[in-house]
Design a protein around this ligand. Sequence first.
Ligand code: ADP
Length: 673
Amino acid sequence: MLSSVLIANRGEIAVRVIKTARRLGLRTIAVYSEADAGAMHVRMADEAYAIGPAPARDSYLVIDKIIAVARQAGAEAIHPGYGFLSERAEFADACAEAGIVFVGPPASAIRAMGLKDGAKTLMQKAGVPVVPGYHGAMQDPKFLKEKAYEIGYPVLIKAVAGGGGKGMKKVEKLVDFDEALASAQREAASSFGDPRVLIEKYVQSPRHIEIQVFGDIQGNVVHLFERDCSLQRRHQKVIEEAPAPDMPPAMREAMGRAAVEAAKAVGYVGAGTVEFIADGSNGLQPDKFYFMEMNTRLQVEHPVTEAITGQDLVEWQLRVASGERLPLLQDELQIHGHAVEARLYAEDPEKGFLPSTGTLHRLSFGDGEGVRVDTGVQEGAEVSPFYDPMIAKVIAFGETRDEALDRLGQALGGTVVAGPRTNLAFLKALTEAPGFRSGHFDTGFIDRNLEALGAVPRPADPETIRLAALKLLEGISGDLQWRAETRSSEPASPWGVSDGFQLGAPRRVAMPLIVDGERVQVDLVWTAPRAGAAGPSGVRVVFGGGESSSLHDHGDVGAEPTFTPTRDGLFVVRNGRQTDVRRFDPFDVDLDHLDGGGAVKAPMHGKVVAVLVEPGQQVAKGDRIAVIEAMKMEHTLVAPSDGTVTAVMVVAGDQVGEGAAVATIEAAAEQAA
Ligand code: ADP
């Protein structure tokens, strides 16, 4: 066995690798950027080394720095995790040159699988089924259009160098082809510096099913069965499970065999995943699955395979990297039970899944039998804008799929996150969605059911606001009692409730709040006032001057709230949904921010990549004002109304915080007035 390993990664995967490496007796070496100095993986490792500024391109992606640290620390091996440098052949080469073991496949295998077109041609030669399509060198639009016609619509245009669903366009019919091609080529060129595309038949009712494979340097290759990753949003995985629902044994065998062939064709060593797309329109069938690509690393969703095979895949990786034979051969491997993984992200499903950042004021996970949580952060940590905003993976195992999903639902139900917005309520809704529960779903399931899953803009829940108001009152009452006792001569608080306790008649007091950034007026009404009555007993909360009934329509009554105090209010989490309730303090509020005031604001922390307007310019509602890059995605900010740009506060290259004003626009109506 190796004696030491450097983990060239961060977050949950670094923590995950450290755990197994430590159990096997390896010395663990972490690296960290400036943003991660206090991170969990840094504290867990035996040693940790700073590798530069927060942006990954200046730290986690700099091969020379990582190799230099590995040398300095005397690391015998480097585990790349997933993402970052894990699929960069030059990194595997650099490790080899430095005499360090790369915990992954040979650079030649990474190269062979690196481009989608080459990989497909190679697979075809190895007898592995690929999606019917054109993946040749010709890129002439007219020629590609002919090919699309031959393949038959609908087709999918994919970037040859693609990943993460970028540069991918589904085309339903001939007339839309030219435009889709141009757009795919543009996206491919800007994202990957390579405009080449390939064209594939669009598989109907697509199911994403992938096979975990493993090879050793002795030449053994096995598969560890399948994972179903069909629950996706914009071609990104959301929930993964193993085994695949309704998988016919003959198909499992055929896919396993094809995946092993694929791995053998490139001389594969270590952990890898062969991704297939299966046609689910008539149930899964052994002759209706096609190779998509091979990921030459450990996958995010590997824990579901670990759960049903009883194996530790990181242990397998480290053993293979040490030169040992695979721990088990094919006929010694079997599956038992069912496992499901949900990716808990700091993002806002009600706002188009916009990434969210900030301090995790509260973070606790639900547990229970069969539940595993993989995370790289703890309460008090920051979700920074520099990296992937995943907070944790919650994995549940059960004897049956239903049991696994029930346990996952319970674990998510018991999880509380306050601070950044999260997809917790959305994930919980998924575990209960009838279509998903029944096992009859494909990759379009989430997009077809966004509304039922609560991933649409929704007003704050009045019941939650009511509970928050009462909770805030508890705090104030204590404060007021203290004031009464000390006979404070301070002026009355802006709440004006100090005399409410002394009056003998019913009394109504306004409590102005800011709920999720919007002003909300609630009144506190003492119905049975008694002298000295403190706290919420006998107090009713009434909305907006008494019209409380309509506001109660959406109230999800019954869910236990969790309150997390902040400087000026509370985070209330109910049913996985967070509501940010603050006391409105007229002396301490950025009114511009609150009322809009014509300000175009950054929806999240990020970097300004383009400013598209100048002061004095006329704009129409919806015109592009600026582009902000956050978490590897670009977000366009648009004019909220017709008007004139009165000020621009940023230039390209600036970092902006969430809610920061980028420009102000004087609305046309205001100008007229
Ligand atoms: P990327 O490398 O950008 O992630 P993939 O080739 O892995 O792209 O495909 C991502 C997802 O796109 C798949 O999981 C699947 O949902 C969908 N997809 C890919 N190819 C097809 C196809 N031929 N037909 C239908 N859906 C597809």
